[in-house]
Design a protein around this ligand. Structure first.
Ligand SMILES: Nc1ncnc2c1ncn2[C@@H]1O[C@H](COP(=O)(O)OP(=O)(O)O)[C@@H](O)[C@H]1O
Ligand SMILES: O=C(CO)[C@@H](O)[C@H](O)COP(=O)(O)O
Length: 529
């Protein structure tokens, strides 16, 4: 490795559900500038709520052009923040997982001939055949069952692809498009994940899908790291493989940045674009979790993540190819009712202030005098269930009109109990070396993290450097992949973890019986088939 003195910086993006974030780090991995664009408020013309548009039968989509316009906007905000684009050696990114982008015929040629004098969104206005189905979509149950059957059953599909069929996974979404909108399918030149779509904008051509995010499709053989032929055949026609392109390791340098960015923003022509990946994969790369540590992403979804050394087929949740060479595989468990559900009930119970919600929580005790609740404002992924609310008192009776303070705690304790119960079903074991490492928008809420610490009976940490591990992970991956590729040593080191919540000594006594009650409660919830 050589040491160089010229200033080197790295750029990371996170195209998550509700906003687009960007960060510039130095070669010491210290954050230098950042910017973000919130879809609902900054781009109201797309009429999204929480970054998405909901249909009547579980369809959840986002207008693809919204993300392109958000990129135009975030780039301008980085300019205003004083970013010197000429010092950026490499960039990478993360994006919400599973969602698909349907590129119209001729769009790759548009991507490679962009005029630097105009915004991306005006030039790509006709580049997408349909809006993008996203991870909250629950409209493909029939396609999931058909995919499982075609591959030899749910266990076989899980053995091959790391997961039984899930509605939001891209394979069943593609199958639904092929089955119900065949003209749109046929008019499609390429299908990207949201991560590889975002990467394509920087690369000036369609970027390959990376193996880690590609494992969230139910189409990839996570052992051979190639598309599973039977799964492809079940989801589309013989053009599907070429529509997807061959997947690549997440740590690949895909090429130099497109001339559009060089001319419009002053990037160096040899600034490298490193493959983009899923936000949870990127968070895992940002966390550097040790054995026994679990990542807890509290973004729009609540997601639990852990690194694995081998691709064990999970009884619940998903196994993905890992995002770095050090983390060959990862396990993931995703709950759809995360921040937006907390936010909805905060608004209902006290209005728009998190401080007022905290006051409400403080009027209750840990264990909530027996009140427990399960609140789904959107179809839940784990367990598979439709929207609904189930609140009961200590004696197990349905609580008819619980006071707002009991509801506030029942919501948060119910969520944490669900995370623990289903993590245990996935094989997660708690011992004295366990830790939760939290990230995402809600990880600033100390009371919420205290509830997680108590329910898991495990200390909770956060990253000192940044509250968004997916975003920081994207910039660090750009730096590390560039460093290995260029043979140039960087000074950055492991992120620092700070403790934010420690379990009280009586936590186990309070929450173990509640865990049993949670398991009984979910048996009575009508499941989606
Ligand atoms: N103080 C807080 N307490 C709890 N949740 C919060 C707080 N501040 C922000 N949030 C939640 O963070 C969410 C956004 O998190 P973020 O990680 O940006 O989402 P995503 O990455 O999915 O777009 C919002 O929906 C909001 O409810
Ligand atoms: O579907 C999943 C993971 O399987 C979600 O976690 C999405 O990746 C959305 O992420 P956030 O926007 O909630 O971070």
């Amino acid at each position: 490795m050589i040491e160089e003195t010229r200033k080197k910086t790295f750029l990371g993006f996170d195209f998550s559900t509700q906003r687009l974030k960007a960060v510039v780090i130095g070669e010491d991995y210290v954050v230098q500038q950042e910017a973000d664009v919130e879809f609902d408020n900054d781009l109201p013309e797309f009429r999204t709520f929480g970054g998405v548009v909901r249909g009547e039968r579980g369809e959840v989509t986002a207008p693809t052009l919204l993300w392109v316009k958000a990129l135009d906007m975030v780039m301008d905000r980085l300019v205003v923040a004083g970013v010197d684009f000429s010092s950026i050696e490499a960039l990478s990114g993360a994006a919400q997982q599973h969602g698909s982008v349907w590129w119209a015929k001729g769009s790759e040629s548009k991507l490679s001939n962009l005029s630097p004098d105009e915004f991306l969104h005006t030039q790509l206005a006709t580049a997408f055949v349909v809006d993008s189905p996203v991870w909250m979509d629950s409209s493909t149950t029939a396609d999931c069952r058909a995919l499982e059957e075609a591959v030899g059953g749910p266990e076989e599909l899980a053995k091959i692809t790391g997961s039984t069929a899930y509605e939001r996974f891209t394979g069943s979404q593609i199958r639904k498009m092929f089955r119900t909108r065949e003209r749109a399918y046929q008019a499609t030149e390429r299908i990207s994940l949201i991560s590889s779509f975002a990467c394509s904008l920087f690369l000036g051509k369609i970027a390959p899908i990376d193996l880690s995010d590609g494992s969230g499709m139910n189409l990839l053989d996570i052992h051979t790291k190639k598309w599973c032929e039977k799964a492809l055949k079940a989801c589309g026609d013989d053009t599907l493989e070429s529509k997807l392109g061959a997947p690549v390791p997440t740590w690949s340098v895909l090429g130099n940045i497109s001339p559009y960015f060089v001319k419009r923003y002053g990037f160096k022509p040899d600034c490298k674009v490193v493959a983009f990946t899923g936000d949870n994969c990127s968070a895992l790369a940002g966390f550097r979790l040790r054995s026994g540590w679990v990542g807890l992403s509290l973004g729009t979804s609540d997601t639990l993540l852990l690194g694995l050394s081998a691709p064990a087929a999970p009884p619940a949740g998903h196994v993905l190819v890992g995002p770095t060479e050090e983390a060959p595989y990862m396990a993931l468990l995703c709950f759809a009712n995360g921040s937006l559900t907390r936010q909805y009930h905060r608004d209902r119970l006290v209005g728009t202030s998190w401080d007022d919600f905290t006051e409400l929580l403080r009027a209750t005790v840990r264990g909530n005098m027996g009140y427990m609740g399960i609140y789904y404002e959107t179809a839940e992924i784990v367990p598979r269930a439709g929207a609904g609310r189930w609140v009961c008192e200590g004696a197990g009776r349905r609580a008819e009109r619980p006071q707002p303070q009991f509801e506030a705690r029942a919501l948060l304790e119910g969520q944490a109990l669900a995370r623990r119960a289903h993590a245990e079903d996935m094989g997660f074991k708690i011992d004295s070396s366990s830790r939760l490492v939290a990230t995402g928008g809600a990880s600033v809420n100390k009371e919420l993290l205290q509830i997680f610490a108590d329910v898991f009976n495990t200390p909770v940490y956060v990253l000192e450097e940044h509250g968004n591990a997916a975003l920081l992970g994207a910039a660090i991956r750009a730096a590390e992949v560039w460093s290995a590729d260029a043979g140039v040593k960087l000074t950055g080191s492991e992120p620092t973890l700070s403790p934010v919540a420690t379990p009280y000594p009586d936590s186990e006594k309070i929450y173990t019986p509640m865990l049993t009650r949670y398991r009984l409660m979910i048996q009575d919830i009508p499941k989606l088939q």
